[in-house]
Write a protein that binds this ligand. Structure first.
Ligand SMILES: *[C@@H]1O[C@H](CO)[C@@H](O)[C@H](O)[C@H]1NC(C)=O
Ligand SMILES: *[C@@H]1O[C@H](CO)[C@@H](O)[C@H](O)[C@H]1NC(C)=O
Ligand SMILES: *[C@@H]1O[C@H](CO)[C@@H](O)[C@H](O)[C@H]1NC(C)=O
Ligand SMILES: *[C@@H]1O[C@H](CO)[C@@H](O)[C@H](O)[C@H]1NC(C)=O
Length: 399
């Protein structure tokens, strides 16, 4: 990555260059910090105080908006506390979102690679409240559990860790022996997929590292979940994780060959990083590094910028517009315990491209395609924006 790719960063970075103009890492960190502050300001224009949610996007996406704010607050304490009152945002969402009469419409389109047929799972969740952040989908529950765990990291408010435990106990009831283990995607118990299981792993391992007196309980669940996941067949020969499992009529289960969405390569990285810390077993990190390297290689273009798997950009649907940031967020979690030059370079290349090519220069809003233009696909909205923000936050952390 040369200076040419820095685009808009250069002008701002110049402010920080004194006599040590060769020390790019320092100037880069200052620039990423400022860019992220500007992006947080833009995100909060979508924040609806009365619902505690972000307008223009869905229920589970709001959990991811909260997570990226909490991650940012852990890195830029001054900006987060003095300027943006992130702790107040967190408390407000905790109080209001679960009482909100929200209509979440979940449309997940899956690409069948073998038959070239498209299989659509479409559902409407009737308007109602989401008490305790529970709904029909174990993956939605997992996103909120992680958001509250990260919020606890910022505030140390035990209400947030408690709600994460409540959510997890509901998720635990979604596991059974079909396919030899794992959690169902939703309460109708029809599909065992990667994302719900990666979230289950990540929440369990994160709780093991945080809840006093219950480490063994959560660690045991996380270890068993990963042992099952690894041999479930969902990880393919390229080390990418497909969408889920097909359940055969004889009860056996095989990789369903559906899309290798970027977030399916992501949540597992953070889960294994937490599991490695909780267990002291570094072999989990090698497994995560293998998946991360495969994903970077197979999902990036020749300039190192990530694009959603399956070629859906810029029309990846209301869910798909969130995915890539989740991958990078978790790549950064992995980087914090298993640093690799290749991961840092990938994170910075994506952050630079987003800021230079995928930003509305007036509003600082960020779109779905990380090579731009910002308006691609009809965005930007709080989903595309918060997803890109994950990369900016990660870039501060690794620079
Ligand atoms: C953040 O707040 C501090 C004071 O609390 C102020 O000095 C600083 O300029 C603010 N930063 C921005 C970017 O507004
Ligand atoms: C647990 O799951 C089973 C099977 O779907 C369901 O019948 C039961 O009500 C659930 N229990 C709780 C406490 O949610
Ligand atoms: C996946 O499905 C979407 C429609 O949902 C379609 O636009 C896209 O081209 C498909 N991608 C592949 C690789 O088949
Ligand atoms: C957000 O924008 C992206 C593309 O820019 C679009 O695919 C997605 O459907 C939008 N989300 C919502 C909830 O409208």
């Amino acid at each position: 990555m040369g200076f040419l790719r820095w685009g808009g960063l250069v002008a701002r970075a110049a402010l920080f260059v004194s006599t040590h103009s060769g020390e790019l890492p320092f100037t880069a960190r200052a620039s990423y910090t400022q860019n992220t502050f500007d992006a947080v300001t833009a995100l909060q224009n979508w924040y609806d105080v009365s619902t505690g949610l972000w307008a223009t996007t869905g229920w589970w996406n709001s959990a991811n908006c909260l997570t990226v704010l909490a991650d940012w607050a852990l890195i830029d304490r001054t900006g987060a506390s003095n300027n943006m009152s992130i702790a107040t945002v967190i408390s407000n969402t905790f109080a209001n979102a679960q009482n909100t009469v929200a209509t979440a419409q979940k449309t997940v389109s899956l690409n069948g690679t073998v038959s070239s047929k498209y299989i659509y799972y479409k559902r409407d969740i009737a308007a109602r409240g989401f008490s305790n952040f529970l709904n029909e989908y174990y993956d939605d529950e997992g996103w909120w559990a992680l958001a509250w765990i990260r919020s606890w990291d910022v505030t140390q408010n035990d209400a947030f860790l408690s709600i994460a435990e409540v959510i997890f106990s509901d998720m635990r009831n979604g596991t059974d022996d079909t396919c030899g283990g794992g959690i169902w995607w939703s309460k109708d118990r029809k599909y065992k997929n990667a994302i719900a299981n990666e979230l289950y792993l990540s929440v369990a391992a994160s709780l093991a590292n945080r809840v006093p007196g219950r480490k063994d309980y959560y660690l045991d669940i996380a270890k068993r979940e990963w042992a099952w996941f690894k041999s479930s067949g969902m990880i393919n020969e390229n080390k990418l994780i497909n969408d889920g499992l097909k359940i055969n009529s004889d009860g056996s289960c095989v990789n369903n060959g559906l899309n290798t969405w970027s977030y399916n390569q992501g949540v597992v990285l953070g889960g294994l990083a937490e599991l490695s810390v909780a267990s002291g077993d570094k072999s989990y990190l090698s497994e995560a590094v293998g998946i991360a390297k495969a994903a970077i290689m197979l999902l990036s273009d020749h300039t190192g910028v990530l694009h959603e798997s399956g070629g859906c950009e810029p029309n990846c649907g209301g869910d798909g517009s969130q995915f890539k940031g989740i991958f990078v967020r978790n790549l950064r979690y992995l980087q914090s315990v298993a640093p690799q030059d290749a991961f840092r370079v990938a994170i910075q290349a994506n952050a630079n491209s987003i800021w230079a090519t995928n930003r509305d220069e007036t509003s600082n809003r960020l779109g779905i395609s990380w090579t731009g233009p910002v308006s691609a696909g009809g965005g930007p909205n709080a989903s595309t924006h918060s997803s890109a923000m994950d990369v900016l936050v990660a870039a501060i952390a690794v620079s």
